[in-house]
Design a protein around this ligand. Structure first.
Ligand SMILES: [Zn+2]
Length: 302
């Protein structure tokens, strides 16, 4: 599942392409929005909120309220602009089947240039009043890539408070919970636990400096939001040396040479959800309640 930095990057490219342009085609291929006609509406901006993409639109004539076209990349969603995939290391940037188009937008900019943006496989496509965005997303925790993060210390404080609210919860689950803080996905979960020397199944209380954890999470997301290939190791380890533990089961820990293990953590409160795989170094991240390593599984690893 794409991480917050990927979503932010796709939003920025979409915003560069579409902001200020007037829609000449708006084809929403989802049942709940299929009849909406937004031709003539102007794209005001495209903004991320955690892992959600918000395409804000203003009406062609005074009267109707501004609207937001919401979507979420979930596992496999990706936007293409002018036929080019907005590449990321999270999702395949290869060709997509036309059957998986969920949003097709064509827009004319003031300079007369036509732009085309297509969303493949995105989920949760819906149109709502921009004024109602909070109803949809207000329960999200503070967004680690919020543009006001540095000026508004309450965001960081709220992230810390939210994490600390459940000291017994496994840290590897708390970090992924977008209602606690928004932006961390499965890759950063594994990498952050390694960098903070925390076993993913250890309770939140095992992290003695939650502020440092939040600061590190934000720093990594900010550093990577303009990159196509995500790096958490500082980029000094050469080719294939971008990540510490994620996806490296059976390989040597870059720090202590112990074999990286693969585990799973299930969210007990969300019955029926699939446990998500993670990786850790059993030596660097020795901790209580280590889950047994999971057997190798074929197929998708996210
Ligand atoms: Zn190690």
């Amino acid at each position: 599942m794409p991480e917050g930095d990927t979503v932010a990057r796709q939003c920025r490219i979409l915003d560069d392409a579409l902001a200020g342009a007037v829609l000449t085609t708006c084809d929403l291929r989802v049942p709940r929005a299929a009849t909406a006609d937004l031709t003539g509406w102007r794209v005001a901006e495209v903004r991320p909120r955690g892992k959600h993409l918000l395409l804000r639109l203003t009406p062609p004539v005074p009267g109707p309220p501004p609207m937001t076209l919401h979507n979420h990349l979930m596992m496999d969603g990706i936007w293409h602009v002018d036929g080019k995939a907005l590449r990321s290391s999270d999702t395949s940037a290869g060709p997509r089947s036309p059957d998986t188009i969920r949003i097709l937008l064509e827009a004319r900019r003031e300079d007369g240039r036509e732009r085309r943006a297509i969303a493949y496989d995105v989920k949760q496509v819906q149109l709502l009043r921009t004024a109602d965005e909070e109803q949809l997303l207000g329960s999200l925790g503070p967004d680690l890539l919020d543009a006001t993060w540095d000026e508004d210390p309450s965001l960081r404080e709220r992230a810390i408070t939210n994490l600390a609210a459940e000291p017994e919860r496994p840290i590897g689950l708390a970090m992924l919970d977008q209602h606690v803080l928004a932006g961390i996905g499965n890759i950063y979960r594994s990498e952050l636990c390694f960098l903070r020397r925390l076993h993913p199944a250890a309770p939140v209380a095992a992290e003695t400096d939650l502020g440092a954890l939040v600061d590190l999470a934000r720093r990594l997301l900010v550093l990577n939001q303009d990159r196509e290939v995500r790096v958490t190791t500082g980029g000094m380890l050469g080719r294939d040396g971008n990540l510490w533990v994620y996806g490296r089961g059976g390989k040597q820990c870059r720090r202590c040479r112990t074999r990286i293990e693969r585990g799973e953590l299930a969210e007990p409160r969300l019955e029926g959800t699939e446990a998500r795989v993670l990786w850790f170094c059993p030596r660097c991240q020795a901790g209580p309640r280590c889950p047994p390593p999971a057997p190798p599984r074929r197929g998708r690893r996210r």
